[in-house]
Write a protein that binds this ligand. Structure first.
Ligand code: PEP
Ligand code: MG
Length: 758
């Protein structure tokens, strides 16, 4: 704002302050308001239109015929006023009648006025009215005057909501494409259908108080908030947890640029000068930026705009003290969560009964947040560009992660069609559930072991729901992720005991904590500082456990004690060399010795396993295998290392295929190298839960899968259709001379045989 805009806005605001503070009725206040603004901006006409029963009604005017008040009504999108409300856009015209949307209203007597400027009155990102000025002389209003008008519109929004003059729920959305239904496209991360209301993980702050009592105090608040925000951004830059992989570097660069942008801080300061509160000033500047950006059609700039929105929202949350995420406020309805990205711990904070789906701007198939969502049975759509710009808090959403789409504010017919599909999908789920009792056997009689992956107490119910053969991977770190502090030995023991009890006769393969990578704990940090360049290949999993052996000792004791009288199956993640397995097992051995000495109850048997996730280990399996009871192949990590492609990076999400000859040949070689030993080999990565991938795995010789619970039914169905002999022969041919697109070749083959492989 220029200094004269500040002065103009300031004069008007001072006078409006008195009007608002008076005890008059709302209508009287509005009548005075239009006088104050009209004279402040030297305009013959000043009018306020408010949204009532879906129409924009003239509520007060200076300069137009008074008989028109409460008589003149415009539909949304009709005339200049309707256009401003619909688009949430400012108009500034030298000759109103020349505008294509102009609609003449004789009862107002407006024909003698040529110029016209109007701004939307916005409440909770929705237009609830329009403030406009008109002038006899045909001239555009100065930028200064428009800015003053926009500032005044913010104050008006507070006045009219306090006076209950509009029905807030009726407010109109942000821009033409954003009022009606809209379809979003993204990448399916977890299949499924869901409907619910949009909830922003980082809630938008609604500015309640607009006019400042004490300008200096407001300035201080903004200064402090800027300091705090910059501190946060700098801290994020030095931590890896931010953004859960993704394009975090690029984003952080932009955040930093904005956070330290003097121009932004100055504009907010000027808005405070004009008499606004800190919150209103931030929002006011943001509105102005939004309006300017809307005129520039550049996708790159639009992306940057989202970053700035993010930051402005962060600043608003700091200033207003509303720091928590939507999880901390609790979900009130069936909800679809909207976020740029999430960490697994953040997702776990939500109420599982209310959270129906997640839509992300980033995200990739094997990031842990997606694995957690899959385990929770929550559909996730990722990589939806511009998501947070077009969805508003509370919008109705239909998420169809099967098709990779989501509909925002659906029309009735779409809603009905969706409900029908939803019902069908539930039927299909019921059909899979009926396979619970069916043993997964191929057509030619090979029994396949189908287990599930789990991590929380609640997951255990899935064992009986799916009829799976056991828990092939219990991710013990989930308990750590949902706790605010390191879980005590007692709590760990209790969880493991409950899990074993719930599993009954079925085996549970406990994996010792796999912390690090995209699973960071605020209470467990590396001594050397936080900034790991490449956390997936960094200080994580067994590497952490061996260095902090207190951690592993406690967990070993908890597992041993919980398994008293039963078989304990325990495996170590990210073993890269055989000695690491030995070192981890030694920790268990010493606890076993201790318990024996104490004459405490012991497990009946202890079976040790290792996860094959680091390719280097494959070259030393002959050394390690004799010490193992089982081997679990974690294809999520293994494939990211084989392809040198970060599993959390959305840019690489679709680049490498699990059905590549490299991966399949590698796995086949691993199987060959342990053949003839009495060693269970299980694939426990996400790959095994996808049907075409599962077919390929079976065809190279894998007989044990541990998969996400929702996949058990579909995989059992597939298994029962496979002729394993035929599939093995076909796969051998494919791998001997791989086609360019192995996936396509396998799919063709499977479809020709009527295998359910979609
Ligand atoms: C894997 O890497 O495949 C695996 C199962 O472990 P996680 O996904 O927990 O890293
Ligand atoms: Mg892993």
């Amino acid at each position: 704002m220029t200094s004269s805009a500040v002065a103009a806005a300031r004069t008007i605001l001072t006078r409006l302050h008195d009007v608002m503070a008076s005890r008059s009725a709302a209508q009287v206040k509005l009548n005075t308001v239009v006088e104050v603004i009209g004279s402040g901006l030297n305009s013959e006409v000043c009018s306020v239109y408010l949204l009532r029963e879906g129409m924009l009604e003239l509520f007060a005017t200076r300069g137009l015929a008074q008989e028109a008040v409460h008589v003149t009504r415009m539909a949304v999108g009709e005339g200049l006023v309707g256009t401003i409300a619909e688009r949430i856009e400012t108009l500034n015209l030298a000759e109103a009648a020349a505008h294509p949307d102009f609609s003449y209203r004789p009862e107002t007597g407006e024909d003698k006025f040529h110029s016209f400027a109007g701004v939307p009155i916005v409440r909770r990102q929705r237009a609830v009215g329009v403030l406009c000025v008109q002038h006899v002389e045909p001239r555009r209003y100065d930028e200064v005057e428009i800015e003053a008008l926009q500032t005044v519109a913010m104050v008006l929004s507070e006045l009219i909501t306090n006076a209950d003059l509009v029905d807030e729920e009726q407010g109109l959305g942000a821009g033409p494409a954003q009022t009606g239904p809209l379809q979003l496209r993204g990448l399916t991360l977890v299949k499924g259908l869901a409907s619910g209301l949009a909830v922003f993980h980082q809630p938008r702050v609604n500015v309640e108080h607009v006019m400042a009592e004490d300008t200096e105090a407001e300035r201080q608040r903004v200064y402090l908030a800027f300091d705090k925000m910059r501190e946060q951004i700098d801290r994020m830059a030095s931590q890896v947890e931010f953004g859960v992989g993704g394009e975090h570097e690029e984003v952080l660069e932009t955040y930093k640029m904005f956070a330290y942008d003097e121009g932004w801080a100055r504009r907010i300061n000027e808005a405070i000068d004009s008499g606004l509160t800190a919150e209103a000033a931030i929002e006011r500047v943001q509105q102005r930026t939004r309006m300017r950006m809307r005129q520039i059609d550049d996708p790159l700039l639009a992306d940057r705009m989202h970053d700035l929105e993010d930051l402005a929202n962060r600043l608003l949350r700091i200033v207003s003290g509303q720091i928590g995420t939507a999880a901390s406020m609790g979900l009130r309805n069936d909800a679809i969560l909207i976020a740029r990205n999430l960490g697994p711990a953040e997702l776990l904070e939500y109420d599982r009964r209310r959270l129906k789906g997640v839509i992300l701007e980033e995200g990739s198939l094997t990031s842990h947040v997606v694995i957690v969502a899959r385990a929770m049975g929550i559909p996730v759509l990722g990589r939806v560009r511009g998501l947070r710009g077009v969805v508003r808090d509370g919008d109705q959403l239909l998420l169809d992660a099967d098709q990779g789409t989501a509909t925002v504010r659906p029309a009735q017919v779409v809603l009905e069609a969706f409900e029908a599909r939803f019902a069908k999908s539930r039927e299909r789920q019921a059909a899979y559930a009926a396979l619970r009792e069916v043993e997964p056997c191929t057509r030619d009689g090979t029994r396949i072991t189908v287990m599930i992956n789990a991590g929380l107490r609640d997951d255990m119910a899935n064992l009986s729901l799916t009829g799976a053969d056991g828990i092939g991977l219990f991710r013990t770190e989930f308990q750590f992720l949902v706790s605010a502090t390191l879980p005590s030995r007692e709590r760990q023991t209790r969880l493991y005991r409950d899990v074993l009890e719930a599993a009954g006769d079925k085996p549970v393969m406990f994996r010792t904590v796999d912390i690090g990578g995209d699973k960071t704990l605020p209470y467990l940090r590396h001594d050397d500082g936080d900034g790991e360049e490449n956390p997936a290949m960094g200080w994580r999993a067994l590497r952490v456990a061996l260095e902090r052996d207190g951690l592993l000792k406690v967990q070993a004791r908890a597992l041993l004690e919980a398994s008293a009288g039963r078989t304990l199956n325990v495996m170590f993640p990210m073993v890269s060399e055989p000695w690491e397995f030995d070192a981890a097992k030694a920790v268990f051995d010493s606890q076993v010795a201790f318990l024996k000495k104490q004459k405490r109850p012991m497990p009946e048997a202890i079976r040790y396993g290792a996860m094959l996730e680091v390719p280097a280990l494959a070259e030393q399996l002959d050394v390690l295998a004799p010490k193992l009871s089982f081997l679990s192949i974690g294809t999520n990590d293994l494939t990211q290392f084989l392809f040198a492609a970060d599993r959390s990076n959305p840019k690489l999400a679709e680049r490498y295929d699990w059905l590549s000859p490299s991966i399949l040949r590698f796995l086949r070689r691993v199987l060959g190298s342990v053949a003839g030993r009495n060693l269970d080999v299980t694939v426990c990565g996400e790959m095994g839960g996808r049907r075409l991938e599962a077919l390929a795995l079976l065809a190279i010789g894998i007989r044990r899968l541990s998969i996400t619970p929702a996949a058990v039914g579909p995989i059992k169905e597939l298994v029962s259709q496979i002729d394993l002999g035929e599939a093995t022969a076909f796969m051998a041919g494919l791998l001997a001379s791989p086609p360019r697109d192995l996936r396509a070749a396998l799919l063709d083959w499977a479809s020709a045989r009527g295998l359910a492989c979609d």
